[in-house]
Design a protein around this ligand. Structure first.
Ligand code: CO
Length: 141
């Protein structure tokens, strides 16, 4: 059911320093910071050959990663995102198998403008999992 690893998201206490580490120390291609007010985060995309890393920093009052950074002041892996072809089908199969979808269970538009869902970390070995719908024709060859 799941396809490619779309990204690994890391919550970081200092976006500038984290970006510098990926760009200068690790030699990766990094984007400019992008404010995503609807998601309560500012993101820097680190483009790797086979996937992306997203550096997440809280934006605004009710950022979903504020609590995470309070528990992990040095930052840490926040979630992983897997691609699926059909999010509604994936959600139905997951719910049938007893997995819990966070929020109201309905897909939302994610950071890349595509539908996403988040799965309860308690159902997946303590790891928050995001599923993003990427149609096969949208995938790079
Ligand atoms: Co994500």
């Amino acid at each position: 059911m799941i396809g490619r690893l779309n990204h690994v998201a890391i919550a970081v206490p200092n976006l500038e320093k984290a970006t510098e580490r990926y760009h200068l120390t690790l030699g990766a291609e990094v984007s400019e910071p992008q404010a995503l007010p609807d998601h309560g985060v500012t993101v820097v995309f680190v483009q790797l050959e086979n996937t992306k890393i997203e550096l997440l920093h809280p934006l605004g009052e009710n950022s979903p990663i504020t609590g995470f950074l309070a528990r992990h002041p040095e930052g840490g892996i926040h979630h992983m995102c897997f691609e699926v072809n059909d999010l509604a089908d994936a959600a139905a199969r997951l719910v049938a198998s007893g997995a819990r979808i966070l929020g109201d269970g309905k897909p939302k538009v994610g950071a890349h403008g595509l539908p996403v869902l988040f799965l309860h970390p308690k159902d997946f070995d303590g790891t928050l999992i995001e599923l993003e719908e990427v149609k096969p024709e949208m995938q790079p060859a």
